[in-house]
Design a protein. Structure first.
Ligand code: SF4
Length: 472
């Protein structure tokens, strides 16, 4: 079985979609880099990219075309400054030229060089893309990649390759995790930390966790302090900033850390707490919709659930600070990887249950450990959260990751918190449904679900809300 690190689940990148933006971006970058290594780029005459399935149907709204331009331009989604995205894409659109290495540009018109095959699908996965290259001497070269959710990319021919890294405590299912916790007496976060040592030293793991948390916090802070209309033409107004202004009772503050201190000392009534959790989640997904820097958790569309629940814990619960937050990420990351192995984290395969449902389950389990629950309660909380997302469809209006996506993150965060408290107040020995049961059910539901509800914008809200996308 595939071995997945916590840092495969949590990756720093650019919005709005891990499968439709990050995946194609990484595929384009990999294609051009590998071709450069094998043959050099000087002899390339022309590049075309063909998109299939869900990538073709909602790729425009999800920024797939921009992601491909950036990848072919050699930009890295982890390090690019978000402002540069519009510069690079704007220049390619205006000049019909793409710079594939310093001093080397190719003719490339996004309107004709990126081809959307709306009615075709490649066999392995709903998010397929084919890169076709012609050299100046007329030779052709093609490669097919699949974006399989959460920013993971597979090249055709590598579908059955597995990352066979040897882990101290191999885990494929929730049942495996239970066995290791019972056998070792370790908490889930401790089991996962030991496994992560297969890839990194203990110091490196802690440094990576700190980076992920810092990116999540800064993303939330930016979202809570940015006003305006989201791009794409739906004219969706950003709300987190307005909500933040209404909720912040005292000020001023100069940075995210001072902001958190204000929130911690603010009114902790039920209503205020609910409003803050929504505000955090909306903030992250407004940033995501605006092509901002976010952390996949496990996807971009669902990137707001986990930061919102972590901030709920940090601001409104008794806690021991950073160490708790790192444990949160370890537990949530492991739960995400169990979902990926047993079902899917791709909306194009499983609808929104695979995005918001999985993120909510990850957050519910992690919060439960931090609030004192043992491993059985952690898994029970994750199961409860997913149980009440089963069948949730993906139907983004106008193909943009805005409606229902942004609010849905707030709902996923609330369900995660509720699931954690239900599990904490329950006896897991009386639970009728295990986490593995619900993961299997989720996968069966995904397979039964019509393609109209799998990130194609052909059903649900997307089919019932008339939109006229007019972007200035
Ligand atoms: S509806 Fe859900 S799965 Fe679909 S794009 Fe929006 S957040 Fe992602």
């Amino acid at each position: 079985m595939e071995r997945i690190s916590v840092f495969d689940i949590f990756k720093v990148g650019i919005g709005p979609s891990s499968s439709h933006t990050m995946g194609p971006w990484k595929a384009a970058l990999r294609f051009i880099k590998e071709y450069a290594t094998s043959s050099g780029l000087e002899n390339i005459g022309e590049i075309q990219v063909h998109l299939y399935g869900s990538l073709a149907k909602t790729g425009k709204g999800h920024g797939t075309d921009k992601a491909l331009i950036l990848g072919l331009s050699g930009e890295d989604p982890k390090t690019i400054e978000p402002e540069k995205i519009h510069q690079v894409c704007g220049a390619v659109q205006r000049n019909k030229l793409i710079c594939i290495q310093p001093g080397l540009s190719l003719s490339f018109d996004p309107d004709s060089s990126i081809i959307f095959h709306n009615n075709e699908r490649l066999p392995f996965h709903a998010n397929g893309m084919r890169f076709a290259l012609r050299t100046k001497t007329g030779e052709t070269f093609e490669e097919v990649f699949y974006s399989v959710g959460g920013g993971f990319v597979i090249r055709q021919g590598e579908e059955n390759d597995i990352n066979g890294t040897h882990l101290k405590y191999p885990i494929d299912t929730a049942k495996d995790l239970i066995l290791w916790c019972k056998k070792t007496g370790l908490k889930i976060s401790e089991v996962v930390f030991e496994n992560e040592k297969a890839w990194r030293t203990g110091e490196e793991i802690t440094a990576e966790l700190a980076l992920i948390w810092s990116e999540m916090l800064e993303c939330t802070y930016r979202g809570c302090h940015t006003e305006g209309i989201l791009p794409g033409g739906l004219n969706v107004k950003r709300r987190a900033s307005y909500q933040n202004q209404k909720l912040i009772a005292s000020g001023p503050y100069k940075n995210s850390h001072e902001w958190l201190e204000h929130i911690k000392s603010a009114d902790h009534s039920f209503k205020e707490t609910l409003n803050w959790v929504s505000c955090f989640a909306l903030a992250v997904n407004e940033e995501n919709a605006a092509f901002g820097r976010v952390v996949t958790a496990p996807t971009n569309g669902a990137a707001g659930v986990i930061p919102a629940v972590m901030l709920y814990y940090y601001c409104f619960c008794d806690n021991s600070g950073m160490a708790d937050l790192y444990d949160f990420l370890l537990v949530a990351g492991e739960l995400g990887s169990i979902f990926k192995k047993g079902s899917t984290i791709s909306a194009a395969m499983g609808g929104c249950q695979a995005e918001i449902g999985v993120s909510s389950a990850m957050a519910a389990g992690a919060l439960t450990q931090l609030l004192g629950g043992n491993f059985e309660k952690v898994l029970m909380a994750a199961e409860i959260a997913m149980e009440h997302h089963l069948g949730l469809t993906c139907d983004p209006v106008g193909g943009l990751v805005q409606i229902p996506c942004i609010e849905r993150n707030a709902m996923g965060a609330m369900k995660a918190i509720t699931a954690a408290y239900i599990a904490l107040a329950s006896d897991p020995h009386y639970a009728k449904v295990s986490l593995d049961d619900v993961i299997r059910t989720m996968w069966n539901t995904a397979r039964d679900m019509s393609d109209k509800y799998k990130e194609t914008s052909e059903g649900g809200l997307a089919a019932n809300i008339a939109v006229n996308l007019t972007e200035c």
